[in-house]
Design a protein around this ligand. Sequence first.
Ligand code: FES
Length: 335
Amino acid sequence: MAYAPTLAAQPVPDTYPAKQTLRLTAKRTAAEGIVAFEFSSLDGAPLPPFGAGDHIMVDLGPQMSRAYSLCNDPAETHRYVIAVLKEPDGKGGSVAMHALDEGAEVAVSLPRNNFALVSGAKRHILLAGGIGITPLLSMAHALSRHRADFVLHYGVRDLSRMALRDLIQASPFADQCMLHVDGHADYPAYDIPQILAEPNPDTHVYVCGPTPFIDHVATVAKANGWNPDQIHWEYFVAPESDDPAENVSFEIELVPGGEIVTVGPEESVVEALEREGIFVLTSCAEGVCGTCLLELVVGEPDHRDHYLSDADKARGDCFMGCVSRAAGGRLRIKL
Ligand code: FES
């Protein structure tokens, strides 16, 4: 029976283990440099449900776990589908993914969500750039099932790099998709100012893609008078800071043991802990995926991530150990 998810993100029931071993049941080229991977359970049992915009963490080696957005229909419970762009100059995750063979068994986390649809919105505008199509595809599936009012714009520089075009054009929401290819006569230009020309309080906009693309959308939305609460995005890599703060050394105190670890100016909290033999799982190491979340007991962090919301930061009970530092004084963290 098909699982019928709601539009809004829902936590996965806690009857499932945090991690499970899945089999890579299919692997196919989705575009130039992009491979789609399909994972299923070892025994054919239904997978833990997921929602639109969810991602999974895939373990690819010791201390190497990578976050990938699910791009299939959240109503499916027999498979998780992701698409991965190979980045030979990246940190190794995409290369390790592309090296997996069909039949491989891989540890995969429960689905998580940092990028959810707003269930009360009357209209949704999905804006994808490049491989940023993946979370927006699961959103399009969910919106289509709920007969919601939405449009998906998907732009690439080169047609050969347009991932999953065959599936999109054969999907039930093909008529709600606008494909854009730079300088291609058969595809209209990706005109963000025109798409966001008229702010509407009942419309929410979801953006995923390369950092310059997200920044461009954010700039246009602001200039056109959109309320920032109506613009939602998911970064794959951290945006560069115009004015990076100078790093100074600080201390962290571990609770309950009381050990003190000094974090040098050239290292992160995660790296300082690792030097002391304490390993914190990381993925992006850029403050965008949420993997290295640390529980803060006392102290004032200098938040440098793009994962925590303003409300999370205001609560003052966590920070991202791969990028954030102390704003002054010692950070006491629970490990
Ligand atoms: S490892 Fe991704 S936020 Fe720290």
